[in-house]
Design a protein around this ligand. Sequence first.
Ligand SMILES: Cc1cc2nc3c(=O)[nH]c(=O)nc-3n(C[C@H](O)[C@H](O)[C@H](O)COP(=O)(O)O)c2cc1C
Length: 316
Amino acid sequence: MLEAEALGYDTTLVAQHLFHVRDETLDQLETWTSCAALAALTDRIEIIAAIKPRLFHPAVLAKMATQIEEISHGRFAINLVNAWYKPEFERAGIPFGEHDARYDYGREWITIVRALIAGERVEFKGAHFTIDGYQLHPTGRYRPRPIIYAGGESRQARDLAADTADVWFINGQPPENVRALIADAAARPRRGPQLRYGLSAFVIARPTDVQAQEEHAHILDIARQDAPLRERQMANTDPKAVMFHTFAQLPKHVGSNGGTAAGLVGSYDTVAARIRQFQELGIETFMLQFQPFEAEMRRFAQEVRPRVSRLATAAA
Ligand SMILES: Cc1cc2nc3c(=O)[nH]c(=O)nc-3n(C[C@H](O)[C@H](O)[C@H](O)COP(=O)(O)O)c2cc1C
């Protein structure tokens, strides 16, 4: 993250899983304690921590969020995700819940968190939570509250994002899908400023399109060797989680959350042009994946970002 910041990246997202979803014997970072540490080590970059509501009571989570907002001097954000991987809940005796019920729970949960991180005094009575006069200090020293992102592709996820989030994260997929998803989310009931949009994407940028396609084929080949691990992951996944149905419809791709299906695969010029295309559709934040991470993150900063800036200037 220090290098990302030095290279001029604006934001970073730490996923939330208590153990690795493909192979439980692998090490897995704890999201919230890591984000607190990263907040102390960085100066400028936004730090987004993913959160699955069932893992923390909303008052506890809101307190942690306001603390990291303090440590980071106003650079903290949360990414609300309503979970799809069952074992980390079920084996700890934490209710996982049915798909739509998870979203009902998540709605109450984020309503409370959103009010608490904004410094409001909260009275709340719902099906899951009763909050009787809760207010956190300090809040609002740097801005009204931390930013709220939300992921998920189901109708419930879009409703919840439109209703309670600042930014909706869309899974990586072609521009025509993204256009339709944005139109759908924008048409949902909302109060306050317009919903903003982010996109997840795995980048493979090379001097030529052919070189990038060859690298894509090579990574797809390596990924094929992980087929048994992917099968085990799917066996532990909520079959109603909509994003996996979307991934199954997309052309062969690598990376999480749609990955290369967003089409950021090609020459530096091709990738820059595709990013501009997404920006014109309304995507403001690109949550990028690279492999190997550091080397490709550097290459993107050096080769692709200046091209995107030039295209944007030319279009202005
Ligand atoms: C950018 C992005 C990041 C995500 N990060 C996580 C994560 O850290 N942990 C997780 O369990 N789900 C994560 N998700 C997945 C979901 O938000 C959601 O659980 C999933 O899409 C299933 O919900 P759905 O049926 O609404 O699609 C992420 C999604 C996106 C788009």
